[in-house]
Design a protein around this ligand. Sequence first.
Ligand SMILES: O=P(O)(O)OC[C@H]1O[C@](O)(CO)[C@@H](O)[C@@H]1O
Length: 528
Amino acid sequence: MDAAALWHRYRDWLYYDAGLRIYLDISRMQFDAAFVQQMTPRFEKAFKDMAALEQGAIANPDEDRMVGHYWLRDPDLAPTPELRQSIIDTLVDIEQFASQIRTSVIYPPGQERFTDILSIGIGGSALGPQFVAQALGPDFPPLAIHFIDNTDPEGIDRILARLDDRLSTTIVLVISKSGGTPETRNGMIEVRTRFEQKGLHFPRQAVAITGVDSKLDVLAKQEGWLATFPMHDWVGGRTSELSAVGLLPAALQGIDIRSILGGAKAMDALTRVPRLRDNPAALLALAWYHAGNGKGEKDMVILPYKDSLLLFSRYLQQLVMESLGKEKDLDGNVVYQGIAVYGNKGSTDQHAYVQQLREGVPSFFVTFIEVLKDRDGKSPDVESDVTAGDYLFGLLQGTRRALFEKDRESITITIPEVSAHMVGALIAFYERAVGLYASLVNVNAYHQPGVEAGKKAAASVLELQRQVVRTLQQADRPLSLEELAAQTQHSDDIEIIYTLLRHLHANQRGVTIQGDPGSPLDLTVTAP
Ligand SMILES: O=P(O)(O)OC[C@H]1O[C@](O)(CO)[C@@H](O)[C@@H]1O
């Protein structure tokens, strides 16, 4: 395509909304008119599915649940007056509580005020709050936020070491929709233990954000925690950023949560339009479908040219991959759907993997995110008449062009600035695109059956570990791996037994391995 034809295509497909001042350019995705025509009836179905979902249909049939994250930013859409009221009440509760914490109306025992937030959660109960803190957290927040999002003991130690003498002024948010996720429970127990070692009263500094009547909810209420906030069962973990999960941590950091909600609501209105050409989320889903042939054949590389959006790709990784990565479609056919997502930020990634993107395996499409505003105030020149921000712009445009020259496709989203309003809009934009795409490929975007297999397997490994240790403790002589596997009646699990013994030995957990660890069958094991 020559320059004039490309310019024509650019103008033809350029989407712009004057309210949000957001642009979407899909001209560098090389679909043709026939493809658009072929996709149009599918989009008509997708728009209907989405309208039904917003009206409270059971859009998650496996779990028999409604899918209501759209109601969070527009409670008037909620299907019943009770739901509407509970969304409004929760928001007011969040604002009041956060304001009372920030202004020291509520303060920790024996201290003047809270100084820090420690947020414990994983997956959708961490990624949104982390993304928003990175994108919008002020330079000097009223409370500084820290995260425990894993069951890694060293990771937990690192956070607790940083907080050490401020633990007495730290508010702990325990965030878990199910209230039973092991990593989150472990983090809570570890933090609680540290509180007790320091003579602090955990419940008086702890807040639970969880499903009503979950284990965590019951515990928090029994022990009289500082507060509890509900996570509704019609909000999925990966679409929970605009529920109490994301709003409470944001409000505690002084971030304008009404603006986040307003941006999402404005974007929802744009992406509710049932016409492909006029709906930016539909255009995005169209581009994804084209890139991967409706089967996720190409990876989605997210490249925001802005440091504050660094965590957007991690946030999107869960939103997209947990929603779309499905073995079966809604009719039970095996389809192995999904789109792989990765990325960090430009131009930094240009000095990491963009070499492969331009010249290596063409297994991806890029989404550039351009932010028009460089910074508050003026920039100094770094060269004659060129600022650092001009460079960032030049590098984005240069990379986009260099990729296209090599037939590497890209989408460009341009936003005016990284504000609370815009972050809300971006979240809503991708939520809707994922919902529409799921409908195009006929998968349930709102369940995650695959994650359960790993959780169950982890539980059975831990049960095997207990059994192995008991057997060793009862043995009157060192045992070989084969003997141990036979005595526990787990001969088929000998490899797991070997690896778990290695782990126990490395952590002085009462198990001693003798022999050459590289030669498993020659080892003997004792538990003195
Ligand atoms: O909020 P919860 O229930 O602790 O779950 C955390 C995460 O775990 C998952 O269920 C996957 O295991 C995610 O969907 C969810 O965001």
